[in-house]
Design a protein around this ligand. Sequence first.
Ligand code: SAH
Ligand code: SF4
Length: 386
Amino acid sequence: MKAPLAFPRGNVHKAATGRRPALSLHSPVTKPAIKALSLDELTQLFAAQGESAYRAKQVTDWLYKKRIDSFAAMTDLPAATRARLASDFSFVRPELVRVLGATDTTRKFLFRLADGNLIESVLIPASPALYGQTSDRRTACVSTQVGCAYGCKFCASGLDGFTRNLEASEIVDQLLAIEKESGEKIDNIVFMGMGEPLANLTNLLRAIRIINAPWGLEIGARHITISTSGLAPQIRKLATEPTQFRLAISLHGATDDVRSQIMPVNRKYPLAVLLEACDAYVAEKKRLMFEYILIAGVNDSDEQAQQLARHALRLSAKINLIPYNTVEGLEWSRPSRNRQENFLRILRNHGAVATLRREKGHDIAAACGQLRLQTKRTEEKVAAVP
Ligand code: SAH
Ligand code: SF4
């Protein structure tokens, strides 16, 4: 989902440079976010305070159906209840720093979190059936961490290291903010923005429950795709999760030597370990898919295609081939169209089910990591000026 960035340097919106006082969400004095709670948790909370249980449903209606911006706006709650909520919980919203793209095309959103960190989300119209989902829909590509610790050699998100996990509320907030800014309803969600979702599993699952719930954003689990670079133990954990979301494995190399060269995580969880975890996942009657970015001269050989087909057949996994999107400052590039088609042909000749991303729209689909990196670096330069 990552793509090249064509944003002129030095063209940073004013708001991007107006730094806010740092407020750490992990600080012990910070209040928990109201948008991280489930209806059940809110119900218990109200019950414990001797209030009617239906108050909880009123709160979730205000948050996720009416989409208000403050406790004060929850006008059918008694003033004392609103005041208590305001003293016990935080109600923050990400600040929109920049939007890139036009209304009818892919739009990238850069948000500043309460503690000043920057994250990106992307809205992609009409997702063709790339993730097994229907077309003519809007897909949101969402971040799960600030930065990424996994340092894949081709990826912009890992370039600047890892800062912190996103809170569940910050994951949910990206969707609320995208729908608010665009005026459009999100149909599909892919966790393919910045960060490794499975390294933030607790907050991810908490967010997915809110996104999926009838009292929440009401997006069906089959319209939610989690993408992972291959954290084997967490894949095994997901196998026992009741929610039927989709799982995509970022393979990008069909042998250990090729995969380790571009994905350091492969040294920790080599293919044998990763594929066994995938076996366990599939044994629970769950389907998964492989993502395979094609990088010229790195992972696009005929042998890689043959091996990849074998892995896919073993797991009955569909393969999404994605031509690599160049990242400023990195040397990698995508193979020629001919080589891409050749790779696809070999997969199909071996009986694998595979698609090759050919749509233009997806080329600019998601600069997750890149927009943030540029803005962050520009801000650092501005801050460094005496
Ligand atoms: N950390 C998770 C999810 C975020 S990355 C993961 O790695 O799966 C989402 C997808 O974008 C991954 O498949 C990743 O390999 C891919 N990706 C990263 N940089 C890319 C680039 N420059 N071009 C195309 N895809 C890229
Ligand atoms: Fe992190 Fe995924 Fe990028 Fe690898 S591809 S650095 S795991 S975001």
